[in-house]
Design a protein around this ligand. Structure first.
Ligand code: GUN
Ligand code: FE
Length: 423
């Protein structure tokens, strides 16, 4: 049996808004599965090797539940257009480059490294429509220690000539070829990914719905991100009262479905998400960058929806989830102002929960470092920041969220394995 014992200031998000803090504590895992967080080392582990991280913070690693891998090359650029124009001007041409497997290999290796070195160990990720590049992405993630789901994107209408599956048949065939090749992966699994309703014919949506049911595959897509997008969906599906129904009618709407954005989802659409157990992924940076709006994240939580966070690179401008947590908190405050101070904002512990435990819940994990969870953790050192006077662990966590500290993540464990150590 292998035992991992990490010593430091252990902080985790036990429930929405509640932090568990153990100063000078021990986080212990046996064979990669957490057995507990202890103020003193239990007798049974006496003599076992302890990785002592001094006063550094030992935190859960992050779950980024929505990001576009093939938009990584345009990260931090081209955010001067609203969604539909932005897709045509920037996103589609960038994704078209991934027809080249060598290009894909180079970029995806960098992306996987940047994710793991920033403490992101779980993802639900969009690839491009290219089957080979998608498999390369999965290989690079697995090698780096990033776990989760990746989707080869389906898009058989309304895209750029260089980024369109030529026929519906072709899209179906490539999806099946991709799924066959996915069987060899251990920590990165396939997820069906109709890009969004305007990108997929009815025939393709129906095919994906059937495939999801037959093979038990989860689904991810976009929902009610932008007003012009929603109007387009209304024209494409006059039989559907609301956007979500275009997914529901094809069997793409259930408790394993992930919908990114949901900025403009009204009470009825939110109720439909609640009833089906759909997970909303809030992407605050992206929503601001491409002028989509400010999602009512607090209202969704109050209504009992499942909500997690996504960087949504490259609509989002950072894959650092500390930043994504801060952006979500800021967005909730903007929403409060827009709502006439009627809604609450997210506190730091709540934002932290969304970036960690809420995302991990999608993978069947209990909140925080609950015994039985797989070890997904990181060591974060804030000793490069000024130490003006003694700070509480909660204050230190807050400061990590708000202050961008390059290199603060010193070590990362994913699926029970140590996968990163800072040089
Ligand atoms: N909707 C359809 N495709 C995309 C995309 O690539 N990014 C975002 N933000 N929204 C989308
Ligand atoms: Fe997106």
């Amino acid at each position: 049996m292998s035992v991992t014992i990490l010593k430091g200031t252990v902080v985790s998000a036990r429930s929405l808004g509640k932090l568990d803090i153990t100063e000078n504590g021990y986080l212990v895992a046996e064979n990669g599965v957490i057995t507990g967080v202890f103020p003193t080392l239990p007798e049974q582990y006496a003599g076992a090797a302890v990785e002592d991280h001094g006063s550094a913070l030992i935190l859960q690693s992050f779950a980024d539940l929505h990001l576009h891998a093939p938009q990584y090359p345009m990260l931090g650029m081209g955010m001067d257009l609203p969604l539909l124009d932005w897709l045509n001007a920037y996103a589609f041409p960038t994704e078209a480059r991934f027809a080249d497997p060598d290009y894909a290999r180079t970029i995806y290796r960098q992306l996987a490294h940047e994710l793991i070195s920033h403490g992101t160990t779980r993802v639900c990720m969009f690839s491009s429509l290219h089957t080979d590049a998608t498999l390369i992405l999965m290989e690079e993630l697995e090698k780096a220690g990033v776990t989760g789901f990746v989707g080869k994107v389906n898009m058989d209408r309304n895209a750029a000539p260089g980024l369109l599956e030529e026929t519906t048949e072709n899209s179906k065939r490539e999806t099946l070829r991709w799924l066959e090749a996915c069987e060899d992966f251990r920590h990165v699994k396939p997820m069906l990914t109709p890009r969004f309703t305007p990108s997929c014919t009815d025939e393709l949506m129906a095919f994906l719905g059937r495939l999801s049911a037959e093979r038990g595959l989860p689904v991810q897509s976009h929902l009610s991100e932008n007003r012009a997008e929603m109007e387009w969906v209304r024209q494409l599906h006059p039989d559907c009262k609301q956007y979500w129904e275009t997914y529901a009618k094809y069997g793409l709407w259930n408790s394993r479905t992930i919908m990114a954005h949901c900025v403009w989802s009204d009470a009825r659409e939110r109720q439909a998400m609640h009833d089906a157990g759909v997970t909303v992924v809030h992407c605050a940076d992206s929503n601001q960058n491409i002028c989509s709006g400010v999602a009512p994240v607090r209202v969704m939580l109050n209504e009992g929806l499942k909500v997690a966070l996504g960087s949504d690179i490259a609509g989002g401008d950072h894959l650092d989830m500390f930043d994504v947590v801060a952006a979500a908190i800021r967005a909730s405050k903007a929403r409060r102002v827009l709502d006439g101070w009627e809604t609450d904002f997210l506190t730091v512990p709540e934002g932290w929960y969304l970036g960690t435990s809420a995302g991990a819940a999608y993978f069947g994990e209990k909140p925080g470092f609950t015994p039985g969870n797989t070890l997904h953790a990181m060591v974060v050192a804030d000793d490069a920041l000024p130490q003006p006077h003694p700070l509480t662990a909660a204050e230190r966590l807050e400061r990590c969220v708000y202050r961008r500290q390059g290199g603060a993540v010193r070590a990362v464990w994913s699926a029970g394995r140590k996968v990163y150590t800072a040089e």
